[in-house]
Ligand binder design. Structure first.
Ligand code: FES
Length: 106
């Protein structure tokens, strides 16, 4: 199925994205497929934090792994709802997810 995700970019503009749940995509890859300014420098290995985003809706996500927590510890502008979007796998339970891109660290 396709799920809908609303993302607010760094200029405050909202984008409605659609993502398939059967392709093992993560949220960083979905951002990139819509040409949002998310670099994903490490290719989704939880090693760069360029895919940092904030989760705005109340969806219950899989808990962050130790690798993700470690990377977020070193990232800038971290909030309690911070996640690395490359660690969020698309699934039906994420339909209607609302997220915001974190500021770029450069
Ligand atoms: Fe590098 Fe997500 S793409 S941490």
């Amino acid at each position: 199925m396709e799920i809908k995700i609303e993302v607010t970019d760094r200029e405050g503009v909202k984008h409605e994205l659609e993502a398939p749940t059967d392709m093992a995509l993560n949220l960083m890859e979905v951002f990139k497929s819509y040409e949002l300014p998310v670099e994903g420098t490490c290719g989704g290995m939880a090693l760069c934090a360029s895919c940092h985003c904030y989760i705005l809706s109340e969806h219950s996500l899989k808990e962050a792994s130790d690798d993700e927590e470690d990377m977020l510890d070193q990232a800038f502008f971290v909030e309690s709802n911070s996640r690395l979007s490359c660690q969020i796998r698309m699934s039906e339970s994420l339909d209607g997810l609302r997220v915001k891109l974190a500021p770029s660290s450069d």
